[in-house]
Design a binder for this molecule. Structure first.
Ligand SMILES: [Zn+2]
Length: 113
């Protein structure tokens, strides 16, 4: 499952960071997940619950920032909200668009103790 490997990589980053600071536990974790990142949230949440058991993330408060999709049309140069990759420009129908935001998937910050 794709979402499980995403969770595992977050876990790896978090544990490495905790080790660096000699922390026993991670208090808070902030994630950024873009609308176009392709992450299935229910699957992600399920994988999260399973994977963090008995890890330093188990008691962490998780904050998720949703990043909305934004694109710029390469034909008419207009910017618009995009909800699916490969959606055309709503102004001129062109498919050549540059994604400016929404593909993010990253750990934004960690608080360890
Ligand atoms: Zn356009």
């Amino acid at each position: 499952m794709h979402e499980l490997s995403l969770v595992m990589s977050i876990l790896q980053i978090a544990e490495r960071e905790a080790e660096k600071h000699d922390a026993k536990q991670i208090e808070e974790i902030e994630l950024e997940i873009g609308e176009l990142s392709g992450v299935d949230r229910p699957a992600f949440d399920f994988a999260w619950e399973q994977a963090i058991r008995s890890t330093k993330l188990e008691k962490a408060q998780r904050h998720i920032h949703d990043i909305s999709g934004e694109a710029r049309c390469l034909e008419c140069d207009k910017e618009f909200a995009i909800h699916q990759l490969f959606d055309p420009c709503p102004h001129c129908g062109n498919h050549f668009v540059e994604i400016r935001k929404g593909k993010e998937f990253r750990v934004k910050s960690l608080v360890v103790s």
